[in-house]
Design a protein around this ligand. Structure first.
Ligand code: PLP
Length: 433
């Protein structure tokens, strides 16, 4: 019998660094933590240190590590068959599609599966263009919609720069980022009116008849959990209706319970025409994404050619994982937990803001939150300037949190706190102390 030899954590780290390119980094600065085992909201390195996953990895691991039902569903699917091309009918694919539609708003009738969030957004744009016969697509400056070419063109923040000059027809507008707006608003309604007026004006200048879709992260996620003011999303919906523009909500980060509702837009009482999702639908146990479309759009493709296709569209393993994940959410009444623990998170964040001079703003909904760091509360000057951090201030802060085994990530001057949706109030309180 061969004795299993454990490769030391440092060897694994060195090997990964030697042979892999690490996302979004200057390679010499990377130090990926080698993980030996993981369970629930925790993982352990090879020295036995326990870390708390306070960002649900990349805001996707909502159910935590080691969910037995999801693991079993994957194993069962492997035993039946691992793969069937999208040209064949696969039971797990059919079942996941039915399940996804069952939790969508009543105007949504079909789904096209993708491999993740970026290609979900790219295919959403293709579908909107084919359906409408129009070309231009609006999205916002602070939004992240993915890193591949099409999704990268939708993305407004600095991660789009490597794609420039980019593809034609992608128009950017400003997010309702009230904390950093040059104008002081007297009320939320005032802010909403301002942003909607500007958006409408921009659409008119671009030629309303040329605009296929407006794509929005329902709540701008990785760029600081920017929650739209009351009336904003219904106002965008009304503008879309007025000009015959499709409303596409990117629910890749906000979907599947993160905000206390199944989808983020449910907090604002709107129904999009197209909904993209990924991350929490399988929590990464096997990757998958999707584009869910209204009945009107679905019906259009009954007679018109759908020019979309991916070898792994609706991969049976991912679909089996997705079905088990959604069943788990429902059986565990995950939304109740998000709303209850979300209240504790809100209180903790407000206290943090009161206590620390460097916390300019805290924004939260459900178990989705950002802490905006500033040089001073009065000036609101960001702790690091937009798009650059030459002295590595934010990585240093992350290092301090890591020393406390509190694992999360940052963007610009914002720390994201988005723990797994299974976290208890006691666990949350312990982490935030
Ligand atoms: N859209 C949003 C809102 C996201 O947060 C992300 C990823 O973080 C994406 C799209 C891209 O998804 P993926 O990384 O699965 O391609």
């Amino acid at each position: 019998v061969k004795e299993e030899v454990k490769m030391k954590g440092s060897d694994i780290q060195a090997k990964q660094k030697k042979y892999s390119l690490q996302s979004w980094s200057a390679q010499k600065n990377t130090a990926p933590i080698p993980v030996e085992k993981a369970e629930g909201m925790y993982f352990w390195d090879f020295e036995g240190n326990r870390y708390s996953d306070m960002s649900s990895q990349l805001v996707n691991l909502n159910i935590g590590f080691g969910n037995k039902a999801v693991n079993q569903a994957i194993k069962d699917q492997v035993d039946q068959y691992c793969f069937l091309s999208p040209a064949y009918a696969a039971e797990s694919r059919a079942n996941l599609a039915e399940k996804v539609i069952s939790v969508m708003p009543d105007n949504i009738s079909k789904v096209f599966f993708t491999n993740g969030g970026s290609d979900a957004n790219e295919n959403a744009v293709k579908i909107a263009r084919m359906f409408s016969g129009k070309f231009k697509v609006f999205s916002r400056y602070r939004s992240y919609h993915g890193s591949s070419f099409g999704a990268g063109n939708l993305t407004g923040e600095p991660r789009r720069y490597a794609l420039e000059p980019g593809a034609p027809g992608f128009i950017k507008f400003f997010d309702p980022y009230i904390y950093r707006e040059a104008i002081e608003f007297t009320s939320e309604a005032d802010a909403t009116a301002y942003y909607l007026t500007k958006l409408k004006e921009q659409i008119i200048y671009e030629g309303a008849n040329n605009v296929a879709a407006i794509v929005l992260e329902t709540i701008t996620g990785s760029n600081g959990v920017i929650i739209p003011p009351a009336g904003y999303l219904p106002g965008v919906r009304a503008i879309c209706d007025e000009f015959g523009i499709l409303m596409i909500c990117d629910e890749v980060m906000t979907g599947w319970g993160r905000t206390g509702k199944i989808f983020g837009f449910e907090n604002f009482d709107v129904k999009p025409d197209i909904i993209t999702f990924a991350k929490g639908v399988t929590c990464g146990y096997v990757p998958i994404g999707g584009v869910a479309v209204s009945k009107e759009i679905a019906d259009y493709f009954d007679d018109n050619y759908l020019s979309c296709g991916l070898t792994y569209s609706g991969h049976p393993l991912a679909c089996a994982a997705g079905l088990a994940t959604i069943n788990f959410y429902q059986e565990a009444k995950i939304l109740d937990n998000v709303n209850a623990v979300g209240k504790v998170l809100a209180e903790t964040l407000e206290k943090l803001k009161e206590k620390h001079a460097c916390v300019g703003d805290v924004r939260y909904i459900g178990l989705f939150s950002a802490i905006e760091l500033v040089k001073s509360k009065e000036s609101k000057e960001a702790l690091v300037p937009y798009g650059k951090d030459p002295e590595g201030v934010m990585p240093k802060i992350l290092g301090m949190l890591k020393a406390k085994k509190f694992m999360t990530y940052f963007h610009e001057n914002m720390l994201i706190v988005a723990p797994p949706l299974i976290i208890t109030a006691a666990q949350l309180t312990e982490e935030m102390e």
